[in-house]
Design a protein around this ligand. Sequence first.
Ligand code: ASP
Ligand code: MG
Length: 465
Amino acid sequence: MTVVIMKFGGSCLVDNKAFNKIYNITKLYEKQKKIYVASAFNGITDILLKTALQVSDAKKVDDNIAFIEKRHMDVIEQIFEEDSIYYISAKDWVDAKMAELENVFADIKEFGLEPYYQDYVLSFGEILSTFILHQYLMSKSLDSLFISANDLIVTNDEFNNAYPLYNLTNARVRTQIVPFLENPNKDTIFSVTGFVGRNKIGYITTLGRGGSDYTATILARAVYEEGSDKDVKVVLWKDIDGLLAINPKYVPNSSLIKSIDYKEAKAIANFGAKVLHPKCLEAIEKKHIPLEIRNFDKPEEEINFTKITTESDKQQIKGISAEEEGTIITLISGTMVDIPGVLGNIFKIMGKNGISVSFVAQSSTEISTSFFVKSEDSEKAIKALKDEYFGSDFFELKWDVVSIINITGLKVLENKTKAQIFNALDKKEIPVKAISQSYEELNISIVVKKDHMIDAIKAIHDEIQ
Ligand code: ASP
Ligand code: MG
């Protein structure tokens, strides 16, 4: 029997209508075993964090707690009959959690915002939303079991950005979840808090912002490894159809990516396709567990959604994204060939100054080396280079404000695609300032003047989509 791990984001938990949709989805997936992972209500994690950062302002703390309580009570009032047992349980839960939250803020005021406290505070969003979802499912005569993921997902000690310890997590999934999944007489839905975990000594950790996607894939992997049934999949319900090949800000009729493989998906998640948590594919890639990104408003959609598997539509470019503004710094020298360690020195200087470099191009003649830094780092980078021996007569230093366009997908490995890209730019008379593609890299990066960026993206899109 298929096991589906579904994640409901904040936009799926806004009001009665939204909760009804979850009920309808539950009916659609009636025949599958289900684990539901919920995010916090929209904006709650942000407000929790903001409050933790300003605990000295007592009025702000009180106001924010009142606001969080009201947001949850508004939903509770919409989705439950007043004074039903579900209403009362949910309300009592919110009351108890608000009292606990008040204590945490008092602790933070006393002891400072230790990384642990930050995660503890941030966990409240999911702990509130998921319990409400759990009560909602029960109010619809469905069998739901609430599990706060800090009882389930064991992580390392990296607060705010924790990694799961799979062996320990799997052991918990084996005892707490698998027996229900394998019992044909049970129709239990697990309601699990997204984003949250615990370290070995029991402190709450979180998996990084947007981490509920990751919770879903961690659980999918554990169920796959511990259960006897290998038919496991993940569905992330979002407020859009799926991954788009281009940000609609650049090209309004951007195409939906329907079939993409793990590697491509990871590459575009890292380039800021905010739809997908960059770490979440790590958990399922090796097991080949499929992941779907679906529109919460179109649960019955058969074609227009994104499916991430080992397969890919090789005809489609998977992403055109841009780093809209930054500085390309170029070091020119006739003698670089003879001075070993020049590249090493450049990057050591950048590293020492806390500047991250995201693009590097050097031709094999080694006459000039170009690299890209964020605008806010550019002055520091140039000064640091001048201060070292790169200000000398042997080297010339140049810089320019540019954009980088990243084109991602298996398709860029074809020469024909590259020819098309450069043809498209040539037709529009857009000069390419630098290019970079590493060996077997799914991504080609093209540097153009900032003023040319939009035209360049459109030209590439029209030529290769
Ligand atoms: N609530 C968390 C956040 O806003 C996790 C998530 O939404 O996935 O980052
Ligand atoms: Mg969120």
